[in-house]
Design a protein around this ligand. Structure first.
Ligand code: MRU
Length: 353
């Protein structure tokens, strides 16, 4: 039997020269992997949320480059780079907010630029490294985040920042896994996370798989949960963090941060440095994905609002850095982030981005 800090879930698998993605649209009712063999299929899978979560999207896109390069090299070794560029663009534009997507694609770029022979093996090695580095970063963040939790208690999380959203183990759920294994977390409250229900369908499922006690709540119940003193920390992931520490994450995160500050609950963001975008000075410049009206107008294919109702459906919001108590990265914990502290933790990477 696995110990409690071992996650049992893998959303992205490279197997037998193809990419297998756990179809997250079907969870928790069905566990089914899609097998993808082209870059175009991978871009569509990201766009349609077969795979989602910032680090998982980046890893998937890197494998997408491998598949695209393989096809274009086989078609015409003289023009593979030009054809690959089109797939690269398609992958880059598949979802706008999670910067890990561009970060991973940019890590593949030097190989594409330099390689004069068949690039597939080198690209695959880089995609695998991106994948493995992400899992290692999550394990490190799990230790760093758990170390600052303090007294045993319950925590609240939002969306899914678990193994499903990453290469494995998770960011926010990585801290929760390590914290639970250490006896510091007795229970996880999971927001259902309207409208896509990542909390209900994915986070609750992941935690049940790992036998970590989980209580589901409607998003609107979170402030009352804090008012009743039931949680010590809110722990969430991130899709993009600006240079000043402002955090874009799943819609609803900002409201949680405000409620947490009001009730003296501490607010932790857990994200690898691949989620930090130093080219964006603050959160106002982070591109926020707007999603289809149907996500709000229907539920399970059934209408839940009057025909003719208009919809505002941003997929992410921005939490100002001043509401973040602890930002946990694989390089260390930044308390009360600001531009100077963010530049410091990014160190030599700041020149490269
Ligand atoms: O729309 P999604 O499901 O891709 O949004 C995911 C989130 O907002 C997660 O909280 C975020 O990517 C962190 S995942 C480690």
């Amino acid at each position: 039997m696995m110990s409690h800090d071992e996650d049992q879930v893998r959303a992205v698998i490279w197997r037998d020269d193809a990419l297998e993605l756990l179809d997250q649209r079907l969870l928790p009712m069905e566990i089914r992997y899609q097998r993808l063999t082209t870059g175009v299929e991978v871009a569509e899978a990201i766009r349609n949320m077969v795979v989602r979560g910032a680090p998982a999207i980046g890893i998937t896109a890197a494998y997408g480059v491998v598949l695209a390069a393989r096809a274009h090299w086989a078609e015409n070794p003289d023009h593979w780079r030009k054809s690959l560029h089109e797939d690269w663009q398609r992958l880059a534009s598949s979802r706008p907010t999670a910067v890990n997507l561009l970060w991973a694609l940019r890590r593949m770029e030097p190989i594409i630029a330099e390689c004069s022979s068949n690039p597939v093996e080198r690209l695959l090695a880089e995609a695998r490294a991106i994948h493995e580095d992400d899992i290692a970063a999550n394990r490190r963040m799990g230790q760093l985040g758990a170390a600052v939790l303090g007294e045993r208690g319950a925590v609240l999380t939002h969306c899914n920042a678990g193994a499903l959203a990453t290469g494995g183990y998770g960011t926010a759920l990585g801290v929760i896994r390590t914290g639970h294994a250490a006896g510091l977390i007795e229970r996880v409250y999971a927001d259902e996370t309207r409208p896509w229900l990542q909390g209900a369908r994915l986070t609750a499922w992941e935690l049940v798989q790992d036998s970590i006690p989980v209580t589901l709540l409607a998003d609107g119940a979170a402030a009352a949960l804090m008012q009743q003193g039931r949680v010590r920390w809110v722990i969430v992931g991130a899709d993009r963090i600006a240079a000043n520490g402002d955090v874009a994450n799943k819609i609803g995160t900002y409201g949680l941060a405000i409620a947490a500050r009001h009730h003296g609950v501490r607010f932790m963001v857990v994200a690898p440095t691949s989620t930090v975008d130093l080219s964006i000075p603050d959160g106002t410049a982070i591109p926020i994905e707007q999603r289809a009206a149907e996500e709000l107008l229907t539920l399970g294919g059934q209408p839940v609002a009057a025909a003719g109702t208009e919809v505002w459906n941003p997929s992410f919001d921005v939490t100002p850095a001043e509401l973040v108590d602890a930002l946990v990265t694989e390089r260390g914990v930044v308390w009360w982030p600001d531009t100077a502290k963010m530049t410091g933790i990014m160190g030599e990477m700041s020149d490269a981005i």
